[in-house]
Design a protein around this ligand. Structure first.
Ligand code: CP3
Length: 343
């Protein structure tokens, strides 16, 4: 059967006059209906682990905006949680985890193939979504890339410069590599299970890839992505993968070819014109509107949307932001963007 879903067609390399569109963090606090369901769940992790509610918040932005893709509602930190690290969220601050800084901390983690029982509610959410999504909407599964997940596991929280993870990488390389290996193996297991439950494509979020320089980028951003993608493709031939090595800069060039990714998502610190020339030559790109424009709106939002579509018009493109939509975004501005794109 010929592929009819716009997002899947872009991932297969098709150039479309109106690109498919979805937004990172499209289910989130800028939407009043998300805040209501979140309040009903009580806390963020309960929301992630309650399939009916997680499916509900995943569907909310689809009902409101008719995006071409729906991203599973979950979090990249569910992997550390499933590996046995303690995880909690402090309102207004962000995630907190028990830290992994010694061999003893590492030895207390579960093996990679022991994550499934803990994560089974997430797989159930995927099954619900694959039944309930409109026929034209692609279901995207996801995981954090090993380096980004490791930065949270090592520091026990988000950090501005990923200092603790760099310190472990440089100070205790065997322990750091063992942790990267455990996360990589767990990520392969997790993404495979999402695909088996109905995810049609998967995205690997390496939010902190930009802090890896030189050989470190090759070893800890590119190599793990390559391994994960090769294993996903061996287990699930034909399932496309989107990679997001955020703030990779020059390292975006050749990333798709080197890792086997079908699409590279780019952040808004690089110019669309540059990315079209040097990244889109290898295939589909996703991005890269500045999320701030969803707060400020107006003619600038319309102009920038049209400019990005025009810059990427010669190759396969998925329209998105350069990073997640923020809680202070105006839901009306999403309609303004969609009108500029599709109207
Ligand atoms: O709509 C979607 O994009 C799907 C769900 C999704 C969430 N997080 C929900 C979420 C996805 C794909 C993520 C990815 C994620 N989570 C990343 C990678 C992408 C990025 O933003 O760089 C990272 C680094 C995390 C870790 C994380 N989760 C942090 C640092 C925080 C706190 C900061 C914040 O934005 O509040 C979260 C919480 C989180 N994850 C929220 C949502 C909707 C907000 C939680 C709430 O309702 O209070």
């Amino acid at each position: 059967m010929a592929e009819t879903k716009k997002l899947m067609r872009a991932l297969a390399g098709e150039v479309q006059k109106v690109p498919p569109v979805w937004l990172m963090r499209q289910a989130g606090r800028y939407l009043p209906e998300y805040r209501a369901t979140r309040a009903q769940a009580g806390d963020f992790l309960t929301l992630c682990y309650t399939p009916d509610l997680a499916a509900e918040v995943t569907l909310q932005p689809i009902r409101r905006y008719g995006f071409d893709a729906s991203i599973l509602f979950a979090d990249i930190l569910l992997i550390p949680d499933a590996l046995g690290a303690d995880l909690w969220f402090v309102t207004g601050e962000g995630p907190r985890l028990s830290t992994i800084t010694s061999q003893g901390d590492f030895d207390a983690l579960k093996p990679a193939d022991a994550i499934h029982e803990h994560l089974s509610p997430v797989y159930e959410t995927v099954r619900i979504l694959s039944r309930e999504l409109p026929a034209e909407t692609t279901l995207i599964g996801f995981a954090g890339a090993p380096w980004t997940v490791a930065t949270y596991m090592i520091a026990g929280r988000g950090t501005p410069d990923q200092g603790p993870a760099h310190a472990l990488k440089d100070g205790n390389r065997p322990l750091f590599e063992a942790l990267m290996e455990r996360i990589t193996a767990a990520t392969i297991e997790y993404l495979s299970a999402q695909i088996e439950a109905g995810a049609e494509t998967v995205k690997l979020f390496d939010s902190w890839a930009g802090s890896l320089k030189g050989q470190d980028f090759q070893d800890f951003a590119l190599e793990p992505a390559k391994r994960i993608i090769a294993e996903i493709k061996a287990r699930h031939p034909g399932v496309p993968v989107i990679a997001f090595p955020r703030e990779a800069g020059e390292n975006y060039i050749g990333f798709a070819k080197a890792t086997g990714a079908d699409c590279v998502a780019i952040d808004n610190s690089v110019q669309a014109q540059w990315a079209a020339e040097f990244v889109q030559v290898d295939g589909c790109v996703q991005g890269n509107l500045d999320p701030k424009l969803m707060v400020t709106g107006g003619q600038q939002l319309i102009d920038e949307t049209r400019r990005i579509v025009a810059e990427f018009s010669k190759g396969p493109h998925i329209f998105n932001l350069g990073h997640g939509i923020t809680p202070d975004a105006d839901p009306e501005n999403v309609h303004v963007m969609l009108e500029a794109l599709r109207g």
